[in-house]
Ligand binder design. Structure first.
Ligand code: TRP
Length: 333
């Protein structure tokens, strides 16, 4: 079997939080160290622009997210780490794909349909109110990201499965028309990289405002953890760990042995304050070293830029000649 190529994009919106770490960063860092794969990890900053048209915020988020990934151990020597916007071939490929993509296929995208549905419910005069072509064409840009590097495996969250199906559809249509030029990517849904609950027990997400930032100071981290919503059970009362936010976050950071001990502590009636203190100590121990590195990188953005520029150069060794081949295939060489 030929070598697998793993690729995934990180939309540069918001400040990285514990949920991002458990759901996306940690599995990607592990995968980036796997010598059997070739890995491409990139900052999807043009995707971020669809929802974020504030230049200051976009810049800030791009910097925080790239520093976070590096600080948490992404292997940038083995894997290729770059900004989408540094690869002009992706934009060029996006147009080629756009010319081959059926509008009807995009009409079926869940993300687009959800906005239309909101407009219909709120009886807006135009069902497409507030929808840009960027949002509508989102899956095409994502397909270009993937097809550009002949990715065979694309790890994503469940909400992205449809986009992968669309990428395959678009690739197949192109291949049918111009010859077998694209590799069909396969989706990898990380089952173990579970969804982390946030402060209020719902999924930890920027849109719910219930996140715990990854790289606050230890003091602020402790304060956030103390805010996790719990019930009114008293110390001494046995507590049910399953589905409990404190326990679930603990488990996401703990070894099996630590998890078993925490389970026992719940059964023995540990108080919420003590349970949260243990959670804080565990998370802080995992994050304290990366936090130092993160602060160092945030203070010296040139370090990050150098890594990303190197990544872009490496990525373009693939994308440049490949795009040339595609141009020839479509008759624009
Ligand atoms: N749409 C993805 C997300 O929101 C991010 C992304 C952009 C991506 N391009 C990609 C993921 C290519 C995988 C492959 O999570």
């Amino acid at each position: 079997m030929s070598k697998q190529t793993w690729l995934t994009g990180i939309t540069t919106s918001g400040t990285p939080h514990l949920g991002n770490y458990v759901g996306a960063i940690r599995p990607a860092v592990e995968a980036s160290r796997n010598a059997e794969h070739e890995g491409f990890y990139f900052l999807a900053d043009y995707h971020a622009m669809i929802k974020n048209q504030d230049p200051g915020l976009l810049r800030q988020s791009r910097q925080e997210i790239s520093a976070a990934w590096i600080a948490l151990g992404l292997d940038t020597d083995h894997a290729t780490f770059y900004r989408q916007s540094d690869i002009p071939e992706i934009m060029e490929l996006t147009w080629m794909l756009t010319c081959l993509t059926a509008k009807g296929l995009m009409n079926r995208a869940h993300a687009y349909k959800a906005v239309v549905q909101e407009n219909v419910v709120s009886e807006a005069a135009d069902p497409d109110k507030g929808i840009t072509m960027g949002l509508f064409s989102y899956p095409i840009l994502m397909s270009a990201d993937i097809l550009m590097f002949k990715a065979t495996h694309v790890p994503v969250g469940r909400d992205q499965i449809q986009h992968l199906e669309m990428a395959r559809d678009i690739a197949q249509r192109f291949n049918h028309h111009y010859g077998d030029l694209f590799v069909l990517p396969q989706v990898v849904v990380e089952e173990r990289a579970s969804v982390l609950a946030g402060l209020d027990g719902r999924k930890m997400s920027k849109s719910y405002g219930n996140t715990i930032p990854l790289f606050d100071t230890a003091k602020k981290l402790r304060k956030s953890i103390m805010k996790i919503k719990t019930n009114s059970q008293e110390p001494g009362e046995p507590k049910d760990p399953d589905g409990n936010t404190v326990f679930e976050i603990y488990r996401a950071f703990a070894t099996d042995e630590q998890t078993a001990q925490m389970r026992d502590a719940f059964a023995a009636g540990i108080g919420w304050g003590d349970a949260k203190q243990r959670l804080f100590e565990l998370v802080d121990a995992v994050l304290s070293e990366p936090r130092e590195r993160y602060n160092e990188l945030m203070a010296d953005p040139a370090q990050v830029d150098t890594i990303l520029a190197h990544g872009a150069e490496k990525a373009r060794e693939t994308s440049r000649p490949y795009l040339q081949q595609l141009r020839e295939a479509v008759g624009i060489a």
